[in-house]
Design a protein around this ligand. Sequence first.
Ligand SMILES: [Zn+2]
Ligand SMILES: [Zn+2]
Length: 195
Amino acid sequence: MYRQGANPDFSTVSVSKLRSIAFSAQAMLRCGKHAGRPFADVAATDAGYCAWVLREKQEGRRLSRDLKAFASYIQEVHGGVLVVGRHSGRFFADVLRDDPDYGEWAASLENPGKLMIGFHEYVKKRQRRRAREANGDTCSICLDRTLDSAFIPCGHQTACLDCALRLAGGPCPICREPIADVLQTFLAAASSSIP
Ligand SMILES: [Zn+2]
Ligand SMILES: [Zn+2]
């Protein structure tokens, strides 16, 4: 059913995501003070401008198409820009990498407030993902959805159903045996949530 020819878009989610990030990094701003410069270049040199674009987007202002794309690029690659505290003007991803204690603190805030809420949610999301990875029930391809499939015939369980169906027809990422079909699986732990 999931033979190779039937799946022309054969690529893993993470690879296609990386490709789209690499593609948008080369995209150029067409307006404003950085017109004619690539996204990656502007992000590397003007965090204040990134913060401004993200704020405009958050507040629902009308943005040109390339500014919208630029805002998505910043969120995808850097998470966002801190606009308060000792790391003000720095990207979320950089702050979390360099000062994990600050991230823990931001995530623990009961009432993060308008200026801190973005970073607060960014760290919390990563903490949830880490917890799920530690449980071993996260798809190793998209690192996002729950692991709920097995490859046939090798039986390896490493992907969510969506990713498994994309991989079908190609080799198993663990043992390289061709994936002839995909089975949906149900973790025993999931049944404990049924009342
Ligand atoms: Zn997946
Ligand atoms: Zn396998």
